[in-house]
Design a protein. Structure first.
Length: 111
């Protein structure tokens, strides 16, 4: 499978148990990509991005910088209001989880 130098979000769009997906490619907002599987979606994203880059070169349009594809270490440092910190702390305690694990679970639910 060919790598895509640009990040994209896979969004399930199928209904009634039907498998269908669309890609949102932040640096290529004009591209609309849909497919029946995540693998097929990836191949289409790579193909369409490459085609759009060729078009942009011909029309002397700016080509977006590829996204950083470095290693992520899993650490995120955030600052928040003390009230939110306190609320999350007590919710984590009530769930019998560490604050980090509780926030990680909450983030996963939102994805």
């Amino acid at each position: 499978m060919k790598k895509c130098p640009y990040s994209y979000l896979v969004v399930p769009i199928g209904e009634d148990g039907e498998e269908a997906y669309k890609a949102i490619i932040p640096k290529f907002k004009n591209l609309h990509v849909m497919a029946d599987s995540p693998e097929e979606l990836h191949e289409l994203v790579v193909e369409l991005v490459e085609e759009d880059i060729v078009r942009r070169k011909k029309e002397k349009e700016q080509i977006p910088e590829p996204d950083y594809k470095g290693k992520f270490n899993g650490q995120i440092l955030i600052r928040t209001e003390p009230k939110i910190h306190e609320k999350l702390y007590f919710e984590a305690q009530a769930s019998n989880l560490s604050l980090n694990k509780y926030i990680e679970n909450r983030l996963q639910q939102e994805m």
